[in-house]
Design a protein. Structure first.
Length: 241
């Protein structure tokens, strides 16, 4: 199968995650794709190249089943794309305890358990590996009018652990990077007027999910990029416009 490498993609049933799966399919990877209800979503079907796993990414049992599927079906794990994530945008004082718990479960626990198990397998294989996580450019570059402060605790934490793990596993050849999108045309942006979406970067272009998928693929296939948080936001981090 092409390169015969195996990648796990979370949050894979729609939006950015679905385009990440398609990008890896085109490159000949074996893929384990997961989301809460990916089997019934109708986006993908099981094949010799692609295996679907349903489950809540915030649960350790889900991570175990994903890794077990990868090893049973394809025998190895070469890369992980942590795409699954939720965003809750509201005024800081409006966040509830339930909001915070949901953010931690999906965005942080969803990263930790599956990444731990994937790294353990990569260490066993002794052939390096790649982890790429989707975060958010707002984590390091807040914008007026975009209330997402508590959400950004989780996304900023992912940026931090990306750098920490890159250093921790550099000698073992496991590279760890992140892609930090700005405004992307997904189901989350539906209902927002086009001119408003375009106003959110100096380029005046709304990023398509395929562009984020290209960034994930680029970092996955790099030889020496590690500890990088790649901003894909039309220059919105550069300042006022």
């Amino acid at each position: 199968m092409g390169s015969a490498k195996t990648v796990i993609v979370t949050g894979a049933s729609q939006g950015i995650g679905a385009d990440v799966v398609r990008a890896f399919m085109e490159r000949g990877y074996n893929i384990v794709a997961t989301s809460r209800k990916i089997s019934s979503a109708g986006t993908f079907t099981n094949s010799d190249q692609l295996q679907l796993v349903d489950g809540d990414i915030g649960q350790l049992d889900t991570a175990r089943r994903i890794v077990g599927t990868a090893l049973d079906r394809f025998g190895r794990i070469d890369a992980l794309a942590n795409v699954a994530g939720i965003m809750i945008a509201k005024a800081f004082t409006d966040y509830t305890q339930e909001d915070f718990r949901r953010l931690v479960s999906t965005n942080l626990e969803g990263f930790i358990y599956l990444t731990q198990l994937s790294v353990l397998q990569m260490l066993k294989q002794k052939s390096g590996g790649s982890i790429v996580t989707i975060t958010a450019s707002l984590a390091d570059h807040p914008m007026a009018g975009h209330g997402a402060s508590v959400d950004m605790i989780t996304k900023g934490g992912l940026n931090s652990i990306t750098r920490s793990l890159a250093m921790e596993y550099a000698k073992q050849g496991i590279r760890v990077n992140a892609v930090a999108p700005g405004t992307v045309r997904t189901s989350l942006s539906k209902g927002t007027p086009e001119d408003v979406l375009r106003s959110e970067s100096p380029m005046g272009i709304v990023t398509e999910p395929k562009e984020i998928a290209r960034a994930v693929l680029f970092l996955t296939e790099s030889q020496t990029i590690t500890g990088e948080v790649l901003l894909v936001n039309g220059g919105a981090h550069l300042g006022r416009w």
